[in-house]
Structures are given as C-alpha cells and as structure tokens.
Write a protein that binds this ligand. Structure first.
Ligand SMILES: [Fe+2]
Length: 198
C-alpha cells in the first residue's frame, strides 16, 4: 500500500454552515485530520504496519501500550473519515424506511434514538466520539474515549459525532449540547447510517 492519503471531504468546507462554520471544518480537516494522516505515515513507514489496511493496523495495535502512538493516529484517521461521511448539508429529518423500522424496534422511536445520541455526545467526559452502532443484531448508542473505535469490540459503526473540543469550540465554545443538537437536527446523514447497516 502507498502512504495513507487524506481522504477528500464529501462536500465543500462551507457546506455545513451555519451549524458548523467553514473555519471549523477547515481547521478540523486541514490541520487535525491531516495531522493524524501525516503522523501515521511517519510512524508506520518501513514497519510491519506499512502494508496493512487501516482497520488491520487499528485491530493489531489496540490495547498495546508499546503501539499506542500508531493506534491513536490510525484510529483518528479512521474516525474522521467516518465522521465527515456521517454528516451532509440538508441532513437530519427522518431516517429512510428500513433504518427507521430498525430504530423503532430497538429504541421505541426515532426521537428516542436521537435523544440517546444527544445524551451520549453531551455527557461523554473529555475527548471522544458518540456512535450509533449495531451489535449482535441490535441498534444501540455508545461512546468511545479519545481515539477508540467501536469495531474492535465487535460493534458495527453506523454513524458518529465527534465530541472532541476541536469539533465545536470555535463555533459554540463550551456549549457542546447546542452543537450536538444542531448536528443531529440539521446534518446527520441517516442514509449513510442505513448503508452501513445493510
Ligand atoms: Fe476531530
């Protein structure tokens, strides 16, 4: 495999305004995400990890104290690739029918699922990620700290919200709940979640 490349954003940097400013997307993508890709390439060049798919690097380094720098960079590249695709301009609203049925079966209602996601994203202490996942045939909400991913614990990610401060602080300062609510109401891409469930 060639060095990991920074995956292109699925939309224009200003496309998520006014919920997420172009300045926040520019910094988040152009500095944070790009930085994780650069660090990962530096760390794995010429090592056994240099030829592995990203998911394999993450699985092989997860929980290893002597590999935590590689794990953190690889997982943050994976998480950000997934995060950008979890949002789109004109998102939010009602999930497509198949996903809506699955959500209603496991949460009772779409509203209850959105509330659970908002709560997980808002109450997670410190840096991390709030996820809608599928685990053993059931949809659920979970949160991971720092760079951690759900799939190393057997959970299939459907969508994610970045709750690191760099995701919202410039636009919302300490009001993480306001940011999360706006993302869920106006940006979250239920079609992406459904495609991951299929
Ligand atoms: Fe981030």
């Amino acid at each position: 495999l060639p060095p990991r490349e920074l995956a292109p954003l699925p939309w224009d940097e200003s496309a998520l305004q006014p919920v997420i400013s172009a300045a926040t997307v520019g910094l988040h993508y152009g500095k944070h995400h790009r930085g994780y890709v650069k660090t990962l390439n530096e760390l794995i060049e010429g090592t056994q990890y240099g030829e592995m798919p990203l998911e394999t690097i993450i699985a092989r380094t997860d929980g290893r104290a002597d590999r935590c720098a590689i794990f953190n960079s690889a997982a943050q590249v994976w998480n950000h690739d997934f995060y950008w695709r979890s949002m789109k301009p004109g998102g939010g609203g009602a999930p497509p029918p198949a996903l809506a049925r699955a959500i209603e079966a496991d949460f009772g209602s779409v509203e209850a699922c959105v509330k659970a996601l908002a709560e997980a994203a808002t109450t997670h202490f410190g840096s991390g990620w709030a996820w809608l996942v599928e685990h053993e045939g059931t949809l659920r909400v979970t949160a991971t700290g720092n760079a951690h991913v759900p799939f190393t614990a057997g959970m299939k990610p459907l969508l994610v919200i970045d709750v690191w401060e760099h995701a919202y602080y410039m636009d919302y300062q300490n009001r993480r709940a306001d940011h999360v609510d706006a993302v869920l109401r106006e940006l979250i891409d239920w079609e992406f979640a459904e495609s991951n469930l299929a």
